[in-house]
Design a protein around this ligand. Structure first.
Ligand SMILES: [Zn+2]
Length: 430
């Protein structure tokens, strides 16, 4: 079996792996990079007004023959590990005849992003899979494994073909709300794996103050209980583990969680997959209608949802009257700044930043300073710490470990045995 990591041997983001038996070719993920060649944040404006050929020419799109729209189809299928842009962002360019396999939760999140984010992926040929159910694909059999990650319904893949086995870890961790999945994998790992493609986001990074989602929840309970005014929690609405941690902390501290329409919509759609996710009509939850989200929903076939969620609608006057009891989910954008202008007396208000701190901008800090809002960072990574990466590797005991999704591949040999360092685009014979 031939294996090519088109991108990801030396960076986090833009993951793309090709496997080829000679007669069947599949791809695992097709992400947008997070950084450019200077390690500066990748600017998606670079994609504007460029043809696929131009994007390949300037090394933005990986050169994979038979993958893209307008080319003769040469790829049998793409398997997507999870709904983060650094794994699926470039799928908008593929030949629409190529089926894209993903979990039902990933499909929902991608379709929601297509509604709310202007740069649509617009997939036309989606097949959803069941975890641990092998998928025959030409000379390959691909088995998805549900993993614990900050991305919902995320998968690792076992790929069997040509008498060889490759295990692609995808992005995962062992300290989220579904850590049981990691324990299950360690207790009963796939056998006879020749090659493990192992993510290493946490190599070269500090573990941080909070070791798991439980610690996040506990810290938020104490913060929410002690607060004297409104708390804004900054978090991605697609980080479902974190939304659950926040919801549980709000409930335990006797407060009210105010979410926006976008978040209400995500949780509503995902209720078909899990009945345990907090919903707009639960006692401790209210929905604030911001104009932008309402306009977006009104422009789709989902218009009726604006009426459905109305029973939980909260107005700004009610928020103003009840600030001490309110925890409001936010993102750092113009909606937040408009919201601040409409609230009176923010003495003792706090901002709880619950996503990677690298996203904090100077402008955001200025806004907090202007309104004298205190800042607290409460976050834990979506990626496995080194000890858990080692635990998985020991359990699988692969013929070789190939670093992927890491800025520190050269550190792998000090933590793992049988490391095989790869280059982007290099052909590896498994
Ligand atoms: Zn990733």
């Amino acid at each position: 079996m031939k294996l090519v990591i088109h991108r990801g041997t030396k960076e986090i983001g833009g993951s793309c792996v090709e496997l080829d038996t000679g007669s069947t070719r599949i791809l695992l993920d097709l992400g947008m990079p997070l950084v450019d060649e200077k390690r500066e944040p990748f600017d998606s404006n670079k994609l504007k007004n460029k043809s696929i050929a131009e994007l390949i020419h300037c090394h933005i799109l990986p050169e994979v023959s038979g993958l893209y729209e307008g080319q003769r189809r040469g790829i049998d299928a793409v398997f997507l590990s999870h709904a983060h842009q650094d794994h699926y962002g470039f799928l908008r360019y593929i030949n629409p005849e190529i089926p894209v396999y993903m979990s039902p939760g990933v499909r929902i999140l991608i379709e929601i992003s297509d509604i709310f984010i202007p740069t649509k992926v617009n997939l036309r040929n989606i097949t959803t899979f069941e975890m641990r159910k092998p998928i025959p694909m030409g000379e390959f059999v691909v088995t998805p494994y549900l993993v614990d990650h900050s991305g919902f319904d995320a998968a690792a893949f076992l790929i069997e073909g040509d008498g060889k086995k490759v295990f692609y870890s995808g992005d995962f961790r062992a300290h989220g709300r579904k850590k049981i999945l990691y324990e299950k994998m360690i207790a009963d790992p796939p056998q006879g794996v020749d090659c493990l493609l192992l993510e290493g986001s946490m190599l070269g990074r500090e573990n941080g103050q909070y070791r798991d989602e439980k610690a996040i929840e506990e810290r938020m309970v104490s913060l929410f209980k002690a607060k004297e005014n409104i708390a804004f929690v900054f978090c991605s609405s697609q980080n479902i583990d974190r939304i659950v941690s926040i919801y549980r902390a709000v409930k335990r501290s006797g407060k009210l969680l105010v979410i926006d329409l976008y978040t209400a919509y995500i949780l509503d759609k995902l209720s078909t997959i899990s009945k345990h996710l907090p919903q707009f009509n639960w006692d401790e939850i209210r929905v604030k209608y911001f104009r932008h989200h309402a306009d977006v929903l009104a422009s789709t076939k989902q218009k009726g949802l604006l009426y459905k969620y109305k029973e939980s609608k909260i107005e700004i006057t009610e928020i103003n009257d009840n600030k001490k009891n309110i925890v409001m989910l936010m993102r750092d954008n113009s909606i937040f700044r408009a919201c601040l202008r409409n609230l009176n007396n923010l003495d003792g208000a706090m901002a709880v930043y619950s996503m990677w701190e690298g996203y904090v901008t100077g402008k955001f800090r200025d806004v907090l300073a202007e309104y004298q809002i205190s800042y607290e960072y409460v976050h834990t990574s979506g990626h496995a710490v080194i000890g858990d990466l080692q635990g998985l590797t020991r359990a699988i005991n692969p013929g070789c470990v190939i670093p992927i999704h890491t800025f520190h591949p050269q550190d792998y040999p000090s933590f793992f045995t049988n490391v095989r360092l790869a280059e982007d685009g290099e052909e590896i014979h498994v």
